[in-house]
Ligand binder design. Structure first.
Ligand SMILES: [Zn+2]
Length: 301
């Protein structure tokens, strides 16, 4: 299997003459377990932050990163519970959040996600913002329970609300609220301390991202712990700052589009220069991010 994959990789390299995405090496990656509140943890490795609930009914995960990390993730979970993983909730379809699904399902977990997440995982996707083509996931990786608006999972002594607000990061985003524990996993509508991807190829919109953040701000209070899709464990105050940054940039770039500036002119004008030091040091640098926001705003314009 691995050899076949390598051969395909070499052939496509030779045929296309284009650089093949280097196969990521996960061998050195360690999973870190960060306590959030009693019974809830955030696990980090590579890819989206994982939420974990443990208790009398069994472990429930929010997202599962990449397939090569499943064993390490299961080991980290086993440190906290001797029961098998019962559920995985996918916050959206992206590979760095759902890549472990097939392995987790093979271990007995029920995968829960928005219906658009299952739909996108079932077919080839092209994410224009990242110039990335993603093959369909194997049948065993697909969500088993799909939702359109929301569902509650009554598990580990808590009500775990899984709900969709709007097409923000993608059109299949869900927010996961641990009601009793007062913890929220925001998925990729919240990149803490860095510019977020708006995956407009997957139906995402900046307006929907802001609406989703507003819905989280609405249900959060000053003691709520917020797990972002990427970045450090957070809270309502930080999420509000992030929301204000999104709104500021949205306003600025909308105005420039209204003035008739094209994509290159908007990027050259550096409309985020005062924000870049704080937000532009992550996965998306300033020019790339401004380009993505231009694209998402101009398509709905
Ligand atoms: Zn994502």
């Amino acid at each position: 299997m691995r050899i076949a994959f390598l051969v395909v990789g070499i052939i496509s390299f030779l045929l296309l003459g284009a650089p093949v995405r280097a196969q990521q090496d996960f061998s050195e990656i360690e999973i870190e377990t960060i306590p959030v509140v009693h019974g809830i943890y955030m696990l980090t490795g590579v890819g989206g932050n994982i939420g974990l609930s443990v208790g009398e009914d069994g472990p429930l995960l929010v997202d599962d990163q990449y397939a090569p990390l499943s064993e390490k993730i299961a080991t980290a979970v086993a440190e906290l519970s001797d029961m098998p993983i019962s559920f995985v909730v996918n916050t959206h379809w992206h590979w760095d959040h759902s890549g472990g699904n097939e392995n987790m399902r093979a271990r007995g977990a029920v995968i829960v996600a928005h219906e658009n997440t299952r739909r996108r995982m079932s077919t080839t996707q092209f994410v224009e913002a990242l110039d990335r083509r993603q093959s369909p996931s194997p049948a065993g990786a697909l969500p088993v329970v799909t939702i359109e608006e929301g569902v509650s999972i009554h598990w580990n002594g808590d009500e775990i609300r899984v709900f969709h607000v709007a097409a923000g990061h993608t059109d299949g985003d869900v927010v996961v609220q641990f009601v009793g524990a007062n913890v929220i996993h925001a998925g990729d509508n919240y990149f803490n301390g860095r510019y977020p991807l708006v995956d407009f190829s997957s139906g995402g919109t900046l307006e929907g991202m802001i609406a989703t953040v507003d819905a989280i701000l609405e249900i959060a209070d000053e003691t709520t712990k917020i797990i972002p899709g990427h970045g450090q464990l957070s809270n309502r105050v930080e999420l509000q700052v992030y929301r204000d940054m999104l709104a500021t940039v949205s306003e600025r770039i909308t105005r420039m589009i209204d003035e008739g500036m094209d994509r290159d002119a908007v990027i050259s004008a550096k409309p985020t220069s005062d924000l870049d030091e704080v937000w532009g040091q992550g996965f998306l640098g300033p020019s790339m991010w401004v380009g993505i926001i231009y694209d998402t705003l101009s398509t709905v314009h």
